[in-house]
Ligand binder design. Structure first.
Ligand SMILES: C[S@@+](CC[C@H](N)C(=O)[O-])C[C@H]1O[C@@H](n2cnc3c(N)ncnc32)[C@H](O)[C@@H]1O
Length: 411
C-alpha cells in the first residue's frame, strides 16, 4: 500500500509539462506519466477510495496530482488551454527550451542555509522584501534596439524599467551600501557604428530618481570576449573589437561606503617586492610639472598586498562556469548563455560586503552572484524568471549547507 499523503509529486507534475510535450498535457496522460515517473504501480490509478464526510470515491493519486497542478496554477506556471477541458500547459513559452513564470508570483526554486533562489519576476519579489541589503550585484538583460519576445527590454523603455526594478532594492539598501550594474556598452544606434547614449541617461536617472551616486565606473576587461561588433569592426573596419564591459558602482551614501579594499588585496609584483627590499626608491625626481614627486625611500614600506586597480581583468570562461554548463546540459536543461565569471562576482562581493551581509541579484541567470555570496559566507537572495535557469543553477549549490531543492525538471 502506498501512502499517497507522503508522496512528493510536485516535481513529477512539473516535469510532465516540460518541453518534451510542448508544455501541453491532458489530465489522463498527466496522471499516467506522474505515476510512471514516481514508480507507482499502474493499478493505483484505477483504485478509488471514499474521501471526506460524504465518502465520495476518489483516486488518491489523481487527487494529489490535481493539488500540485493547482499550486502550479497559482504560481502562474500552469494555465488552462482555452476551450479544451482538462488540458493544461506551462505558461508563456519564452523561446527555445525556456518557460517564463507569470507576473505577481514567486516560488522558491532552491535554498541553502545562507540564501534563497526564487523563480519570479524581480519587480514582484523585491517589492515584498523588507530586509536591509548591503550589496546588489547584477547584470540586467541587455537593452535592445528592438525588443525580443522573451525578455530583453526595448532600449527606449530600458532606463525607466531599470529604475523601477531597482527602486525597492534601493529602498532597503543600508546606508553606504552598493549597487553594481554590469550593463552593455555595445548597444549601437540603428544602422550606425555610433553607440547609444542610454548608459549616460541611465546613470543620470538613477541619480535623479533614486538618489544614487556614481562611485565608479569599473571596467571589466574580458580578454576572452569574442570579436565584435562584427558589422563595424570586421566587415566595415570602422570600429575596434570590444574587450570590456562597464560595471557601474553606485551608492546611496558614498561617505559611508561599506567597501574595504583590504579584503581584496593582491600579491605584490616581484618588481615591487624588490623595491621594498632595497628600501624604496633611490631617485629624487619630479613629474607632470611637479604634480607627482619621487624621493629616496618612497614605496619602501612593506605592505600586506597591492591595492587592486579599477580595471578588473577576468576571462568569462572559468572552471566553475564550465562545470555548471556541463551539469545543466547533463540534466537536459539549457545552460545560461551570459553568465558572469565567478571570479569577478567573488571579487566584487568580497570588496563590497562583509560576512553575513545580505547580497541580492534581481536577475539571477545562473545565480553567479548568489554562488559568490554563498562561498564567501554572505546571505543572499536572487530572482530569475526562467524556470529552466533556476532548476539548472541548483546544480551549483548542491554542496552548500542546508541545500534544499523545490523545483526539479530532470528526467
Ligand atoms: C544577463 S542575465 C544574468 C546573468 C547572471 N549574472 C549570471 O551570472 O548568470 C539576465 C537574466 O535576467 C533574467 N530576467 C529578465 N527579466 C527578469 C525579471 N523581470 N525578473 C527576474 N529575472 C529576469 C533573464 O532570464 C536572464 O537570465
Amino acid at each position: 500500500m502506498v501512502d499517497t499523503a507522503q508522496l512528493d509529486l510536485f516535481s513529477e507534475v512539473l516535469h510532465a509539462y516540460s518541453a518534451e510535450r510542448g508544455g501541453t498535457l491532458d489530465n489522463a496522460t498527466l496522471y499516467a506519466d506522474v505515476a510512471e515517473r514516481a514508480g507507482l504501480p499502474e493499478e493505483l490509478l484505477s483504485e478509488r477510495v471514499p474521501v471526506g464526510k460524504a465518502g465520495q470515491p476518489h483516486n488518491l493519486i489523481a487527487r494529489r496530482v490535481r493539488w500540485h497542478q493547482q499550486t502550479l496554477k497559482h504560481a502562474g506556471i500552469l494555465q488552462r488551454v482555452e476551450e479544451q477541458r482538462g488540458v493544461w500547459k506551462l505558461t508563456e513559452p519564452a523561446g527555445k527550451d525556456l518557460n517564463r513564470i507569470g507576473p505577481n508570483v514567486g516560488v522558491v526554486g532552491f535554498s541553502t542555509d545562507l540564501g534563497v533562489a526564487i523563480l519570479g519576476a524581480s519587480e514582484t519579489v523585491f517589492e515584498r522584501i523588507d530586509t536591509p541589503i548591503t550589496l546588489c550585484l547584477t547584470s540586467p538583460p541587455y537593452a535592445l534596439a528592438k525588443a525580443r519576445s522573451y525578455g530583453n527590454p526595448n532600449e527606449a523603455e530600458y532606463v525607466d524599467w531599470i529604475c523601477r526594478t531597482l527602486e525597492p532594492i534601493v529602498r532597503n539598501l543600508v546606508r553606504g551600501g552598493s549597487i553594481c550594474l554590469n550593463v552593455s556598452n555595445d548597444i549601437f544606434m540603428p544602422g550606425s557604428p555610433a553607440r547609444s547614449l542610454y548608459r549616460e541617461r541611465l546613470i543620470l536617472a538613477l541619480h535623479d530618481r533614486l538618489g544614487l551616486h556614481k562611485v565608479d565606473e569599473l571596467i571589466w576587461h574580458n580578454p576572452s570576449k569574442p570579436p565584435g561588433p562584427v558589422q563595424y569592426a570586421s566587415i566595415q573596419r570602422v570600429q575596434l573589437n570590444v574587450a570590456w564591459e562597464p560595471i557601474y558602482w553606485l551608492s546611496n551614501c558614498p561617505q559611508a561606503l561599506r567597501s574595504n579594499n583590504r579584503r581584496v588585496l593582491q600579491e605584490h609584483t616581484e618588481r615591487h617586492l624588490r623595491l621594498i627590499r632595497q628600501g624604496g626608491e633611490q631617485r629624487d625626481a619630479e613629474y607632470s610639472d611637479g604634480a607627482y614627486r619621487i624621493h629616496p625611500g618612497r614605496f619602501g614600506n612593506a605592505t600586506v598586498g597591492r591595492i587592486p586597480r579599477n580595471v578588473l581583468t577576468f576571462g568569462h570562461s572559468c572552471a566553475d562556469q564550465r562545470a555548471y554548463k556541463a551539469a545543466a546540459r547533463a540534466a537536459g536543461l539549457p545552460a545560461h548563455g551570459a553568465p558572469m565569471p565567478l571570479s569577478l562576482a567573488s571579487f566584487l562581493v568580497e570588496f563590497l560586503s562583509s560576512e553575513d551581509d545580505l547580497v541580492v541579484d534581481p536577475f539571477g541567470g545562473s545565480f553567479t552572484t548568489a554562488k559568490a555570496a554563498e562561498r564567501l559566507g554572505r546571505r543572499w537572495l536572487s530572482t530569475e524568471i526562467m524556470l529552466e535557469y533556476v532548476v539548472g543553477a541548483a546544480t551549483r549549490f548542491s554542496d552548500a549547507g542546508g541545500f534544499m531543492q523545490n523545483l526539479r525538471m530532470a528526467a
